[in-house]
Every structure is written in C-alpha cells, then in structure tokens.
Write a protein that binds this ligand. Sequence first.
Ligand code: FES
Length: 288
Amino acid sequence: MYKIVEKEILSEVTKRIVVEAPQVARKAQAGQFVIIRIDERGERIPLTIADYERDAGLVTLIFQEVGKTTRQLGTLEPGDALATVVGPLGHPSEIENYGTVVCVGGGVGIAPVFPIARALKEAGNHVISIIGARNKDLLFWEDRMRAVSDELIVCTDDGSYGRKALVTEPLKELLEERAGEIARVWAIGPAIMMKFVSLTTHPFNVPTIVSLNSIMVDGTGMCGCCRVLVNGEARFVCVDGPEFEGHEVDWDNLLSRLQFYREEEQLALERWEHECRLDAALQEKGGA
Ligand code: FES
C-alpha cells in the first residue's frame, strides 16, 4: 500500500497529493508518469509525476477531478493509501542545454511541466514559461514556476488574472519577436491546447515536445489502449512516450480516441455518486 502523507487543494477541481512510493521516487525523472489504482478492483489511471523527493521516498501527483476515479481520489485524505503506484513509466524528457526554451503549461498541465522547466533551467537553458487556465481559480504553482523560469507569462481565458489570452497568443508573439532564438518548446495540457501550440510553432519550424494523455490500461505496451498515430505510424504512449514531437502527432485521431469511453465514464461517475449518496443516507440513519 502507498500511503498519502500530504494533500492540498489547489483549486475547486485540482488536488495535490504526496504519496510514499520510495521505489518510484528513487528513479523518477522529469517527464515520466505512474499508473495508480485506488483499490484492488479500481480503474488504472496514468498520472504524471509532478515532483519527487528521492531521500524521503515521496512522489507528488496532481490531478483534476474529471471522472469517477479522479473524483474518488479527491476524497482520500492523508493516512489513506493507494493500492498500487506503478512506475516510473515512459521515457524521461530529453534535457540538454538548448539555449532558449519555452515551457507551456495549461490547466492541470502546469504540474508536469514544472519538473521539466526546473530540469531545463538546471541544465543552463534560458527558460521562458507560459502558464494558463480558464480562470484565476484554476491556476496554481505560479510561485514555483516563477522560481524555475527566467521569464514567466501568466494568462487566463477570461482575464480574471494575468493576461486575458490563450497560451498560444503570447507564444506566437515570442516566436515572432525572437525568431531564431527559441530552440525548443514544451507543451503540456489538454490535448486541444497541445494541438494548437503545435500548429502555432509549426510555421516557425521550432521543435515542439508534447506529453500525450491518452487512455491507458496496462502501461506496458500490451493492451494497445494508448495507441496514437505519430508520423503516420502507430506508437504507444506508455512505452514509446509520453513525449512526442507535436508536429508529427495525428491530433484528430487522438482527440477522437479520448472520446471513446465517454458514455461508460459518465455511467461509472453517476453510479459512484449514487453509491456515495446511499452511504451518506445510511450513515445519517445509523446516527439518528
Ligand atoms: S497502456 Fe496498454 S499499450 Fe499502453
């Protein structure tokens, strides 16, 4: 069992947990992920490693409550435990001194882009970070991102904090104003955001690394669930990724695969919410 030692509410729907997982913490590197299960019969979900403390044997995971499993995960408290934390999985980010790089984090994607920005900064890069969310309440880790960035641009879609813009707007301006200076872009966030970041950088011919968030089951390349098309070839996010060159990803294929189980996910969420209501009613009755 993997004990939760810390929990923080970052926004209405975004939570941070720190989990005891010494074997994962010992080997984790920026860009990698774990697959967790809440209990023995639970769904397996991939979560990117947002931070790690090797000596303490701790890993930090950040998740957005979007479906049944992430909602259930959000109800756990310090002292509770996860049944499995498998990892670190996937290839680490390729960190080198490229010169000037841009790290883009959208929504919950701010969490996984943080260790990459930190590693790039430690490798000697001039790091420009752009973080964005739909509104101020969904933003988090501005201070952490500022600490590992030479320049930081903060945006919200509705203008409730920072600049009123999508992350692609300041990115395009940077590419226009500093043509030839920006060597590489990293982008992590919703698939649609990564698609548009890739479309923005494509005319400038700047390599753009995205971390794909496809549906996963086994995480070992056996089930085929996380298959994506890259450069016209089938690749598995769990073993070949999670990072790919964004200009080579078939985004429409990925976006449609992400919708495959929408109905089942909705049903599972409704069933879980129903069970929670029943439990609450029984407890109330028992206490009366
Ligand atoms: S999760 Fe099964 S092949 Fe990648």
